[in-house]
Write a protein that binds this ligand. Structure first.
Ligand SMILES: [Zn+2]
Length: 231
């Protein structure tokens, strides 16, 4: 007990089980957003084995952090769903590796400093995930030899595009030139003050990550080069 209202994994597990049952009843595609518990991953794995129309995704930060980080009551680690136990984090990684989890996402939810810099109980959920998610995934899963770059591109680009039914994630003539160039060996230490997001808080503060997006094109135009956003 930490003196704050908990959000036990049982709540997520029950909701996911219910929604899978309803999806199977109606034949509707179910996408489970931000899966975070070991049992929910297992429920989705079994549903997929039965041929159910279920997809899911996980945030980069749920693959990196555990509830150990919550012990200091720092609002920077407050997100929804909450970061859970190490066994949940391991199950999420397993779900990514075996294809149960279709995509890894940023869940970019920045808050202004004055909103987030309040006692834990009052702080809003969510962190700025955009500028750290790729680096986090490369550090956690590529440099530990668990995922290839090709697989990471699938999980973070091609599959999300397919799930959202938007063009993109494909390099081909006539397709949108929305391109990210990655340097997988670029090491950098994260400091919230250096990020472009409106929040100075990041759970990765002071953490050294390996791998970074070094160039971004949107519709054929270079919009970011070596960490600098261009007008
Ligand atoms: Zn979200």
């Amino acid at each position: 007990c930490m003196g704050v209202t908990g959000r036990p994994a049982a709540g997520e597990d029950i909701a996911v089980a219910r929604d899978i049952i309803l999806s199977e009843l109606t034949g509707c595609h179910l996408h489970v957003a931000h899966v975070s518990s070991a049992r929910a991953v297992e429920l989705i794995r079994q549903a997929k084995k039965r041929g159910s129309r279920v997809t899911t995704e996980v945030t980069a930060q749920h693959l990196y952090f555990t509830d150990d980080y919550l012990k200091g009551y720092e609002p920077v680690y407050k997100m929804a769903p909450p970061i859970r136990a190490e066994k949940d984090r391991q199950a999420l990684i397993e779900g990514v590796l075996d294809g149960t989890i279709d995509a890894i996402i940023t869940d970019h939810a920045p808050h202004a400093n004055e909103e987030k810099d309040v006692p834990f109980c009052c702080a809003p959920n969510g962190i700025a995930g955009l500028e750290t998610s790729l680096s986090s995934v490369l550090t956690m899963l590529y440099h530990t030899h668990r995922l290839s770059i090709d697989r990471i591109v699938e999980l973070m680009s091609t599959n999300p595009a397919r799930l959202l039914r938007v063009e993109g994630g494909i390099l081909d003539a006539g397709k949108p030139a929305d391109i990210t160039v990655i340097n997988p060996d670029y090491e950098w230490t994260v400091h919230g003050k250096d990020l472009y997001t409106k929040t100075l808080f990041t759970p990765y503060e002071g953490i050294t990550l390996k791998g970074k997006a070094v160039l971004t094109l949107v519709d054929g135009q270079v919009v970011m080069k070596e960490g600098k956003v261009l007008k």
